[in-house]
Ligand binder design. Structure first.
Ligand SMILES: [Zn+2]
Ligand SMILES: [Zn+2]
Length: 479
C-alpha cells in the first residue's frame, strides 16, 4: 500500500454514521464500513460504500476484554459480505472528545488478536478499524504489505471537510500574491486550493476558461486531457491561443493539402492550456495529457484528483466522467452549451448553457439518472466513419455547432465557483447544488429537480453498481 492512507465518504454517509455513534448518551457504539480501494502514486484511498450499523446490545455488546465489542457473528457476516463483494472491512466505534482521538490499549490488543485471521478470510483485505470522536478520526489499517495509520478522512458535501486524528498546525500565511483571496478564503482556504489536484476533461472553449481560472486561483496541480489540435475557428474562444498555435499561415491557404498539413502541425489544445497555466502560476504542477478518457489507462489518470471538470461534449465522455465520479467518489461538474439551429432556415432555437454538479452521493441522481447519457447517442458516436457514411450521417458532419466565448463563461464560472466554495467551506450549510440551465435568449436561469434511479449502475448502492469500488471495478471505456 502507498502512503498516506485516507478514507473518503459522502456527507450523508458521514451523517448516518455520526448520528449512530453520537446520539447524545456519551456511550460507545459500533458499526462496520464496506469500502473500495484506489492505489495511486499520491497514496491509497479507501472509499466508504456501505454502512452496517451494529445494534446496541445485539451486535455491539459488553466485551470479555474491552468495554464493548462487535459480536463474533456480526463480524463474520460483514466480513463475509466484504470478501464476496471484494471490498475492505472497517470496524468502527467511538470515543469521547472532539478534536483528538486514538485507540486504547484494549483496542490495539483486539486488532492484533483478530486482524491477521480476518486478512486471510477476506483474501488480503485490507481490513482495519476506525475510532471517531466528534470531529476527529483515527484508523489502524492492515494489509498484506503491513500495517498503516489512517492519515485523514475526507467528507464530501456542500463543503468538503477533512478530519484528522489530531488538531492541525495553523496554516502558513498565504503568499502575498493571493492576499485578496485569503481575505475571503482565509489562509487555510488558500492552502487547501494550493494542495488540490484537479482534472479537466476537454480544453476547448469552456475547458480553457476553467484552466485559466484554476491557475490564477492558485490550484496546485492540474491534469488536463484533450487529444485535439488547435484550429483557426477555436481562436475566438480558447484563452491564450495565438494564430501561430493554429498554424494560420498554412491553415488559411487555399490548398486543402496545405491546410491539412497545417492542422496536423497545429499545437495541441492541452499544450496551449499548459502555457497559459504556467504564465498564471509558475509554481503549478501540470500534467498535459494528449489522450482520450475513452481509453481506460487515460481515464485512470484521474482516479486521484480531488475534483473533476467535464468540458467536452461527447455523450461517451459523459459516460466515463459519470463513472469516474461515482466509482472513485470524486465530486465533479459538467458544463456545456447548446445552440440548436434549424439547418434549412438557419433559425436559432432555445439556446442554453448548463452547469451540472455531479456529487458522489448514494442515490443522489447523476448524469445517467437525469437521462443525459442516452444509449442511442452512445451507439451513434461509437460508429466509425465508414459506418456513419453508410447511415448517411456524413451530410451532417461538416455542420459545426455555434459556440461563443461569453456563453461558455456563464457555465464555466458557476462550475469553478462551485469548486472553490466547496473546498473553502463558504457555502451555507444545507445549500443544494442542483443542475442549472441558463436560457440565454430568455435571460432566464432555471434549476432542474434532482432525479434518481434506484437501480442506477453508477450512483446507487445496489450490488451491481460501481459506486465506491475504486480500482476493483472496470470503467465503461472502449475496448
Ligand atoms: Zn476504543
Ligand atoms: Zn445515477
Amino acid at each position: 500500500m502507498i502512503t498516506p492512507v485516507s478514507l473518503t465518504m459522502d456527507e450523508s454517509f458521514f451523517k448516518r454514521l455520526h448520528d449512530h455513534l453520537f446520539p447524545g448518551d456519551r456511550d460507545e457504539h459500533g458499526a462496520v464500513i464496506a469500502a473500495g480501494i484506489v492505489e495511486t502514486l499520491r497514496g491509497t484511498r479507501l472509499l466508504a460504500r456501505e454502512l452496517f450499523i451494529a445494534r446496541d446490545g445485539v451486535d455491539y455488546v459488553p466485551g470479555k476484554r474491552g468495554y464493548r465489542a462487535l459480536t463474533a457473528q456480526f463480524v463474520a457476516e460483514q466480513s463475509d459480505y466484504c470478501a464476496a463483494q471484494n471490498l475492505c472491512y472497517l470496524a468502527v466505534h467511538c470515543h469521547g472528545g472532539t478534536d483528538e482521538v486514538g485507540f486504547s490499549g484494549d483496542d490495539f490488543a483486539s486488532h492484533i488478536r483478530g486482524y491477521p485471521a480476518l486478512l486471510d478470510i477476506t483474501g488480503g483485505g485490507p481490513v482495519g478499524a476506525l475510532v471517531l470522536a466528534q470531529r476527529s478520526v483515527a484508523g489502524d489499517i492492515w494489509s498484506k504489505d503491513g500495517r498503516f495509520e489512517l492519515h485523514h478522512t475526507t467528507v464530501i458535501g456542500p463543503s468538503v471537510r477533512t478530519l484528522y486524528p489530531n488538531p492541525r498546525p495553523r496554516p502558513r500565511h498565504a503568499d502575498p500574491v493571493f492576499d485578496r483571496h485569503a481575505r475571503l478564503f482565509g489562509d487555510l482556504g488558500q492552502e487547501i486550493l494550493s494542495n488540490l489536484k484537479v482534472g479537466i476533461i476537454g480544453l476547448g472553449g469552456g475547458g480553457s476558461l476553467i484552466n485559466e481560472w484554476l491557475s490564477r486561483l492558485g490550484v496546485g496541480h492540474i491534469v488536463a486531457i484533450d487529444f485535439d489540435h488547435m484550429d483557426l475557428s477555436n481562436l475566438p474562444r480558447i484563452v491564450g491561443a495565438t494564430r501561430l498555435d493554429a498554424m494560420f499561415w498554412l491553415t488559411s491557404r487555399r490548398s486543402e493539402w496545405i491546410q491539412n498539413l497545417g492542422r496536423r502541425f497545429a499545437r495541441r489544445k492541452v499544450h496551449v492550456a499548459q502555457r497559459v497555466a504556467r504564465r498564471a502560476n509558475p509554481a503549478i504542477r501540470y500534467d498535459a495529457i494528449v489522450g482520450n478518457i475513452l481509453d481506460e489507462p487515460t481515464a485512470r489518470l484521474l482516479a486521484d484528483v480531488d475534483f473533476l471538470f467535464l468540458a467536452s461534449d461527447s455523450i461517451q465522455s459523459r459516460l466515463v466522467f459519470n463513472a469516474l465520479v461515482h466509482q472513485y467518489l470524486i465530486p465533479g461538474v459538467q458544463i456545456g452549451a447548446k445552440v440548436p439551429v434549424v439547418q434549412k432556415t438557419g433559425a436559432v432555437g432555445d439556446a442554453f448553457v448548463a452547469t451540472r454538479p455531479v456529487l458522489p452521493y448514494a442515490g443522489a441522481g447523476c448524469l445517467s439518472c437525469h437521462e443525459l447519457i442516452p444509449a442511442s447517442y452512445l451507439q451513434d458516436e461509437a460508429l466509425n466513419e465508414a459506418e456513419r457514411k453508410a447511415q448517411r450521417y456524413v451530410e451532417y458532419e461538416d455542420i459545426a455547432e455555434p459556440s461563443v466565448i461569453t456563453l461558455n463563461v456563464l457555465s464555466a464560472a458557476q462550475a469553478v465557483n462551485d469548486m472553490v466554495m466547496l473546498f473553502t467551506g463558504l457555502y451555507h450549510d444545507g445549500v443544494r447544488l442542483p443542475h442549472q440551465i441558463h436560457f440565454v435568449r430568455e435571460r432566464l436561469l432555471t434549476e432542474v429537480d434532482s432525479m434518481s434511479d434506484e437501480f442506477c449502475v453508477d450512483c446507487s448502492n445496489t450490488v451491481l453498481s460501481r459506486r465506491g469500488r475504486g480500482d476493483r471495478a472496470r470503467l465503461p471505456c472502449r475496448e
